[in-house]
Write a protein that binds this ligand. Sequence first.
Ligand SMILES: C[S@@+](CC[C@H](N)C(=O)[O-])C[C@H]1O[C@@H](n2cnc3c(N)ncnc32)[C@H](O)[C@@H]1O
Length: 278
Amino acid sequence: MMRVTNLEPTAFPRLLSFVPDRLCIRHTAFTRPRCRKSSLFTTSCLNDVEVTIATDHNYGNKQVIAVTPRIYDYLLTNVREPPILRQLREETASMRGSQMQVSPDQAQLLTMIVQILGAKRCIEVGVYTGYSSLAVALVLPESGVLVACERDMTSLEVAKRYYEQAGVSHKVDVRHGLAVDTLNSMIENGEGCSYDFAFVDAEKRMYHEYFELLLKLVRVGGVIVIDNVLWHGKVADPLVLDKKTESIRSFNRALMEDERVSISMVPVGDGMTICRKR
Ligand SMILES: C[S@@+](CC[C@H](N)C(=O)[O-])C[C@H]1O[C@@H](n2cnc3c(N)ncnc32)[C@H](O)[C@@H]1O
């Protein structure tokens, strides 16, 4: 049995990371890139902002800042976004569904997790035009691979064009089709426990299924990041009862009880993250 503490809760206020309870661990030969930069996490205390104070008195007067447009604009000016990602973001902005793209700050966090892990083998479920997958591919070592699962060929064509342009096509294994089918075929193909990192950003009602399949594919100690677990705040509103919201709520509840993984919920880009523990 092995517990993973790659992401200490103190490093990320409320990041959800978990790893499954499965054995087949083939990750000890994991090589890290030679020249690794240190990772810096910053937190701040702001005076001039909207502050939310926990209503549960057991939290004392714990203050949480609300991200206002001004703060978010400031935050974005402090994100290192490679020019190729910016170009993709700008091209996608005029496309249908552009709001689905992860934000630059979120992509930066994903790539930092990939780098901290020294990940070589990654999976993305839900590629769209490729912003998050390109961000990950850019930081993978030359021998790294990202299996990119997407059902929509039109958006996938944009992604593939950018992988080419960025010179990372050789690291991206594009799988057109339903993600569940792709993940199942990878398991049948004997790829269980061989991945270091996975990012889920597709059909919200399939989160339980994606999670269970990814637990089989990601090694003990690996990290699974799940986007949109706060679902634009709807999960916290008891009056919102639509199927997607209910499904994400049920997924979040299940994770709380799931001893196979360590968890941490991070309110970044409306997202939250998952990693594997036993
Ligand atoms: C939120 S977007 C992904 C955004 C992407 N991560 C980015 O940064 O640009 C969700 C994508 O998942 C795809 N998708 C939804 N359900 C899927 C499924 N069952 N199998 C494969 N792809 C799916 C959609 O076509 C869409 O492109």
